[in-house]
Design a binder for this molecule. Structure first.
Ligand code: ADP
Ligand code: 5GP
Length: 208
């Protein structure tokens, strides 16, 4: 049991597979004490999406009111819609020593990194643009216009990968899951966390 929580930011160009990866990661309980934060958005619900499970779907008016009342740890406009993570959605988890996955874009990642300690950021890319295009079409959730917009956006998003700690190429799904798990475990084993979690607890080491 860890006595701290780490915030794992996962960003990727739309259609890369990050939602599927995170869902599979959590569903298969690949690690204990880690969960995903549910964001608020003004985007329309896709077929099969549920309020409170995929997102909290709210109106632009409600979102703006939440901005005004400083509810958001971070928020951004992505593809013309508002998306944001509230302080309350992570506060309870942090006080429980549960680590959290944030599925957010590079704009949100910057804000979180500026506000919180214990952040590990992971950028995921598709193996090629052609494959990204296939995945967006196969997902079958967006119009041709929206897909074209998301492909164009790829060239912008990719520029920000250098601001992240890790990069994964999501070619083989199972391999990507293993790499994600490896990063999460490696992060937990960093001296800065182990110092509090183990060395201090055992009375071996330094009180600075
Ligand atoms: P994102 O959340 O990054 O926008 P999704 O998780 O919705 O992307 O995935 C987009 C599509 O690509 C989905 O149909 C998903 O099943 C598929 N997909 C995800 N990862 C892979 C992979 N490694 N190989 C092939 N298809 C994948
Ligand atoms: P989608 O509409 O495909 O679910 O998500 C579109 C984009 O919005 C993705 O890049 C996703 O990471 C980003 N996103 C989802 N939730 C949030 C959030 O709470 N904050 C920010 N900044 N981006 C988000």
């Amino acid at each position: 049991m860890l006595n701290y929580s780490i915030i794992y930011i996962i960003s990727a160009p739309s259609g890369t597979g990050k939602s599927s990866l995170i869902k599979s990661f959590i569903k298969n309980k690949l690690l204990k004490n880690i969960t995903i934060s549910i964001s608020y958005t003004t985007r329309k619900k896709r077929i099969g999406e549920k309020h409170g499970e995929h997102y909290f779907f709210i109106s632009v008016k409600e979102f703006k009111e939440m901005i005004k009342r400083k509810f958001f740890l971070e928020y951004a406009i992505v593809f013309g819609n508002y998306y944001g993570t509230t302080y309350t959605s992570i506060k309870n988890l942090v006080s429980n020593n549960t680590s959290i996955i944030l599925n957010i874009d590079w704009q949100g990642a910057r804000q979180v990194k500026n506000k919180l300690p214990n952040v590990c950021s992971i950028f995921i890319i598709p193996p090629s643009i052609k494959e990204l295009n296939n995945r967006l079409y196969l997902r079958g959730q967006d119009s041709v216009h929206v897909i074209k917009n998301r492909i164009n956006q790829f060239y912008n998003d990719i520029k920000y990968c250098k601001e992240y700690n890790y990069l994964i190429v999501n070619d083989n799904f199972e391999l990507t899951l293993k790499q994600l798990k490896a990063i999460i475990i490696a992060e937990q084993l960093k001296i800065k966390y182990q110092k509090n979690n183990y060395l201090l607890n055992q009375g071996y080491l330094w009180q600075e």
